[in-house]
Structure formats: structure tokens, C-alpha cells
Design a protein around this ligand. Structure first.
Ligand code: NAP
Length: 349
């Protein structure tokens, strides 16, 4: 799909790990023109190239390097602001900017559980965008991205949940270092090691899928009735969260039927051919040793979930492995796809 005129956008938290990913992914975007960047008072007033410790493998886009970084309380002209702000400050800054008429596409946890805020995964719950009608911001609004581990997981769960219903779920994650921001986990903590704790992460994985897979009910979401247990670990991988999953279904299903549900899963972003939409949201691998972070995190622009090793489980009905890119699908790329969907629906006209 094409749009007539590019939409001017800004990035809040543009100097951080996710903020840099936004800048990289927005370069040459067919819908959006990045014109404003903001970060903390430590960075405000400096040229972007001086404020940022650029850690990506492509150079800072030339048109961005010499933009002066704004503070988050400054005035913005862009209707749409992507937020990659530290959670300690995101809540208030995002509410204030929505109140000033901006749409905020947020990656932080602060507004995810506001009753009228969509926790959006564009292929999974595009109907939840209708919650925006209930928000009482002055012509603006807030849409949130779920936690990075949750996004990859719900993409794999959605087709199964729709076809057979999920009663219980156990998930164990092996999460990449980039998920902890920069500089993140100290090298002395993670080399030759696994850290079996990520603050707040298990709670997010045990709750967010229930809202995302829940039913739109006018001004709120009826949570999906799934019993979820999660354990989260930090591993020495740069990008890409691997998760081992066990599920019990409400209706019996064969292995072939589950694989078919993944292979045939497609949704509104694919029908609209949105620029960041993966061709297939879920890729199933038949090779027993796949998926793997280094090999498959960039599959389908880094926007797909890779799945493999579906097999019967002696405790639950089935078990399998999933992998998704945490800073692309799980953060900046996921937000951009959500904003593309909003643009296609005319939110920014
Ligand atoms: P990060 O690397 O620590 O970056 C944080 C950003 O917030 C920086 O741009 C920083 O600006 C800015 N900031 C800090 N204090 C501020 C203040 N008082 N006022 C305004 N801006 C301030 O963190 P990250 O990993 O990019 O994560 C950003 C958000 O996305 C977090 O809420 C995180 O939970 C979420 N998230 C991260 C991932 C991931 O894979 N990393 C995935 C999903 C969601 P300065 O440089 O000026 O300090």
C-alpha cells in the first residue's frame, strides 16, 4: 500500500538502544519522515551525533546526525511520536504529550495496563485499536507495544488460540543482552554465564498475553482465560529471544493441525501489504535444531516469529520453541508496524 504524503514523526528516547533502532529502521521509510528526536536533559541541545553513543552496525543516517536533540518537554510538530523512553520517566512524559494532541507509540511498560490503551500486536489484535475512541486525550492518544518476549510469543499463540483455545501455558525464556538496553548487563556478569533473573519480566509474560489475546468489549478488553507460568533468563546472545513453550489446549488438535494454523496465519498487516509486515508472521522449521538466534533472528526483516520442535509433552499437550528479534519485532519494528496500520486507517490525516 502507498500513502499520498509522508507523515512527519519524532522519536523520544532516541539516544538509547531502542531509540537507535527506530532511527535505523525509519531511514527511507515509505510512510514516515523522521524530523524530531528527543532524549534527556543530558542530551538536549546537542547534535544527535554528539549526544549518542551509536552502537549499531550501519552509520547514523546523514540527515539525522546533525539534528539538534530536543528535551521531552519541548514543543513537537509531529502528530506521531515513537517512544523508547526509560520507564522511570516514560509514563508522565507520554501522558503530557498525548494531552498536547500527539499520538504516542510507546515501548515502555507504564501505560500498558491503562484500561483504554491498546497493547497492540498488529497481526494479533488490530481490533483493539478501537480502544483509542475511549481515550480522553485532547485529540492525541497512546498505543503501547507489549514486552519484547511477549510479542514473539503471542504471534505463535494467536493461531492456536483461535483454532483450539489455550488453557495453560508454561514459557521459559533465554533473552538477549540488547533487551537490557545499553550498557546493559556487565560483561563480568554474563560471559561464561547465564543470569536466571530479569526484573519484572516474568510478571509481564504471565499477564500481557491475556490482554493481547483478550476480547475487545467496547471500552475495555476482557482478558483471555489462560493460566500462564513464566521463567526468564539472560543469556550471552546479542539479539533475539529464544523461548521454550508448553501448552495445554481446550480442544484436541493434531501436530499437523497446529502447524497448518501457523503456516496459514495471516492478518490485516499482510492484507494491506504494510511496509514492515512480514510476509508470514510465523515461520515453522522442520529441522530439529532450529530456530536459533544467530541464524533466524533477521528472518522476514526481523519481523517474523520462528517456531520449531513441535512435539507432544508428557505434562502439557504440546511443547515447541520460538524465536523473535527483541529490538526489531519486539520493540522499534513492532511499533512502526503498528503506526503503519494506524496510518492506513487514517489516524494521522
Ligand atoms: P536505554 O538504552 O536505557 O535508553 C533510554 C532512553 O531514555 C535514552 O534515550 C535516554 O536518554 C532516555 N532517558 C533517560 N532518562 C530520561 C529522562 N529523565 N528524560 C528524558 N529521556 C530520558 O533503554 P532501551 O533498552 O532503549 O529501552 C527503552 C524503553 O523500551 C524501556 O522502557 C524498555 O523497557 C523498553 N523496551 C526495550 C526493549 C529492548 O529490547 N531493549 C524491548 C522492548 C521494550 P539519554 O541518552 O539522554 O540519557
Amino acid at each position: 500500500m502507498n500513502i499520498k504524503q509522508k507523515i512527519s514523526v519524532g522519536v523520544l528516547g532516541a539516544t538509547g538502544s531502542v531509540g537507535q533502532k527506530f532511527i535505523q529502521l525509519l531511514e527511507g521509510h515509505p510512510f514516515f519522515e523522521l524530523t524530531e528526536i528527543a532524549a534527556s536533559d543530558r542530551s538536549a541541545g546537542k547534535l544527535y551525533k554528539e549526544a549518542v553513543n551509536w552502537i549499531l552496525s550501519t552509520p547514523i543516517p546523514e540527515n539525522i546526525a546533525n539534528i539538534t536533540v530536543k528535551g521531552c518537554n519541548d514543543t513537537f510538530v509531529s502528530k506521531l511520536l515513537f517512544s523508547a523512553l526509560d520507564a522511570s520517566v516514560a509514563g508522565e512524559i507520554e501522558s503530557n504529550l498525548a494531552e498536547r494532541g500527539h499520538f504516542i507509540a510507546s515501548n515502555s511498560k507504564n501505560h500498558r495496563w491503562d484500561t483504554d490503551v491498546p497493547l497492540l500486536v498488529p497481526e494479533v489484535n488490530p481490533d483493539h485499536l478501537a480502544l483509542l475512541k475511549s481515550q480522553e486525550y485532547n485529540g492525541g492518544g497512546i498505543v503501547t507495544n507489549p514486552n519484547c518476549s511477549t510479542i514473539g510469543l503471542v504471534l505463535a499463540l494467536k493461531p492456536i488460540h483461535d483454532a483450539f483455545g489455550i488453557e495453560a501455558l508454561n514459557v521459559v525464556t533465554m533473552q538477549a543482552l540488547s533487551g537490557a538496553g545499553y550498557p546493559g548487563v556487565s560483561s563480568l556478569d554474563i560471559i561464561d554465564n547465564v543470569v536466571p533473573f530479569i526484573a519484572g519480566e516474568e510478571e509481564k509474560l504471565e499477564t500481557e498475553p491475556k490482554k493481547i489475546l483478550g476480547a475487545f468489549a467496547g471500552d475495555h478488553i476482557e482478558l483471555a482465560d489462560i493460566n500462564i507460568s513464566a521463567q526468564t533468563n539472560r543469556v550471552a546472545v546479542l539479539d533475539g529471544h529464544l523461548e521454550t513453550v508448553q501448552i495445554t489446549l481446550r480442544k484436541k488438535a493434531t501436530i499437523e493441525e497446529i502447524i497448518d494454523s501457523w503456516e496459514n496465519f495471516t492478518s490485516e498487516p499482510q492484507r494491506l501489504a504494510l511496509p514492515f509486515a512480514p510476509i508470514k508472521p510465523v515461520h515453522y522449521f522442520t529441522e530439529a535444531k532450529y530456530p536459533q538466534p544467530r541464524l533466524h533472528r533477521d528472518l522476514d526483516k526481523g519481523m517474523a516469529t520462528s517456531v520449531g520442535r513441535l512435539r507432544p509433552c508428557s505434562l502439557f499437550d504440546y511443547k515447541f520453541v520460538i524465536l523473535s528479534h527483541n529490538t526489531v519485532r519486539g520493540a522499534a519494528g513492532g511499533s512502526i508496524l503498528g503506526a503503519e496500520l494506524m496510518a492506513a486507517r487514517g489516524f494521522f490525516s
